[in-house]
Design a protein around this ligand. Structure first.
Ligand SMILES: O=CCCCC(=O)O
Length: 484
């Protein structure tokens, strides 16, 4: 399937969406294929006015959408889920072309994205309230749950479909309407899902979308009194700005922000399982994942075995255009991402790290970096303190449980953490001691619609997915009834 075949589909939208109509603008911005540098599309560059129009449309649509029964919304969501699955192959190709991840991974993300719509189609019917024992005779207290109103979903380029549906699934289930601001690197993936939402029966105006002038769009969203909630996935720096700005109109916020995940391999771990987990986690989406491991802490007694097995396996990973057969590590999203990886690797090497695999830009050039393993890393290196967001496994030695827990927690972030051990007492002791919203124990994946997803400390506020995800889009209203 060529880019032309993608472009010929009705799901390939390049305008901005207001009231169910895709509109074009004279001013556009280019979306590039990160593997080839080819321009895939020129997209309408929306700004303040288009954003205000989109918010107004969402506001007008709110009364009608919230008035539908939960079951009616559930049926529409379920149809959307089915359409996403039916179009998996096309959507996967679009995502690989726009975002770079290997096709198999992209199709996996399409399924993951669909799972949130399926899950919240079910949860729509469970926005239950409570009856509270009254304080006086002849009275009742009822706590009901209502949609928060118009929602802004601001989504990242690294999971351009799943992060959208993880927000829109619960928002629509709750009865909210919204404005979507996808990342400018990957608007086409988001727009394709919105085209399918319309086909599934989501009424015009319920979902509206703009991309382009990020500052103007963000300012218009934050200034609006009609937008009652912001759900954001992205960097901690941007998240902090949004939270500060949301205070002006007291919007609710859900923030899924950066991480600095530790991965601890204790002396009693199943080393082969730990190596396999390390590869699956670290090289998923070329390491451009908020829950990707940033620091591998390996007990000194198993350090040589682990790093040797890891380096051998990493050296065999095939790098290339994600549309090519057998490729498991695609390009990074843009040249700035390559520069950050280079800066982290050079800083580590200058401070004593040893290159055990890779270590430099890939011979393919462009946005490709060799899958890398660095040994003898230490806590003063940049890659120990900030997310590298690239295909670099940094390995550190440790000697005791107490020491490694203290080092794992020595970061302002607390999104995901992982550890491998066969000792049950340690499982509970270390799980309790680690400051993190999610912990994988002998398990390298924490991403599923079934489990609460979110962080502590500077990694964010709120939880997505699971039964908790719906709560984020609901307000409690308490009814005090007397004279009964
Ligand atoms: O960068 C963060 C996106 C989260 C992807 C996931 O759900 O695993």
């Amino acid at each position: 399937m060529t880019t032309q075949v993608l472009q010929d589909s009705p799901l390939f939208q390049t305008g901005y969406l207001v009231d169910g109509v895709w509109k074009s603008l004279d001013t556009t911005f280019d979306v590039l294929n990160p593997a080839t540098g080819e321009i895939i599309a020129s997209v309408a560059k929306a700004g303040k006015k288009e954003t205000e129009d989109a918010i107004a449309a969402a506001s007008r649509a709110f009364a009608g959408w919230r008035a539908k029964t939960a079951k009616e919304r559930s049926v529409i969501l379920y149809r959307w889920y089915e359409l996403i699955i039916e179009n998996k192959s096309w959507l996967g190709r679009l995502m690989t072309t726009e975002q770079g991840k290997p096709l198999k991974e992209a199709e996996g993300e399409v399924e993951y994205a669909a799972s949130f719509i399926q899950w919240f189609a079910e949860q729509a019917k469970r926005a239950n309230g409570e009856i509270i024992p009254p304080i006086k005779p002849g009275s009742r207290i009822l706590a009901t749950r209502e949609p928060v109103g118009v929602v802004a979903a601001i989504t990242p380029w690294n999971f351009p479909m799943a992060m959208l549906t993880r927000k829109l699934g619960p928002a629509l289930a709750a009865g909210c309407t919204g404005i979507i601001k996808p990342a400018n690197n990957t608007p086409l993936s988001a727009f394709a899902l919105l085209a399918l939402a319309k086909k599934a029966g989501v009424p015009d105006g319920v979902l509206n979308a703009v991309a382009g002038n990020t500052a103007e769009i963000s300012d218009a969203i934050m200034a609006s009194h009609e937008v009652r909630k912001i759900s954001f996935t992205g960097s901690t720096a941007v998240g902090k700005t949004l939270v500060r700005n949301a205070a002006e109109t007291m919007k609710k916020v859900s923030m899924e922000l950066g991480g600095n995940a530790p991965y601890i391999v204790f002396e009693d771990a199943d080393i082969d399982a730990a190596v396999q987990g390390a590869i699956a986690n670290k090289f998923r989406n070329a390491g451009q994942v908020c829950v990707s491991v940033n620091r591998f802490y390996i007990h000194e007694s198993v350090y040589d075995t682990f790093t040797q097995k890891l380096s051998t396996a990493v050296s065999a990973l095939k790098v290339g255009n994600g549309l090519e057969e057998g490729v498991v590590v695609g390009p990074l999203i843009e040249p700035a991402a390559i520069e950050k990886v280079r800066e982290h690797v050079e800083d580590a090497v200058a401070k004593g790290a040893k290159v055990l695999a890779g270590g430099k830009a890939h011979s393919l050039g462009g946005n490709f970096w060799q899958p890398t393993v660095l040994g003898d890393c230490s806590d003063g290196m940049k890659l120990a303190q900030e997310e590298t967001f690239g295909p670099v496994a940094a390995c550190f030695r440790f000697t005791s449980e107490e020491e490694v827990v203290q080092r794992a927690n020595a970061t302002p972030f607390g999104l995901a953490a992982y550890f491998y051990t066969q000792n049950l007492s340690r499982v509970f002791r270390v799980s309790q001691a680690i400051e993190s919203g999610m912990i994988g124990i002998n398990e390298c994946a924490v991403s599923t619609e079934l489990g609460p997803f979110g962080g502590v400390k500077e990694s964010g506020l709120g939880r997505e997915g699971s039964v908790l995800g719906l709560e984020e889009f609901l307000e409690v209203k308490t009814l005090h009834l007397g004279g009964l």
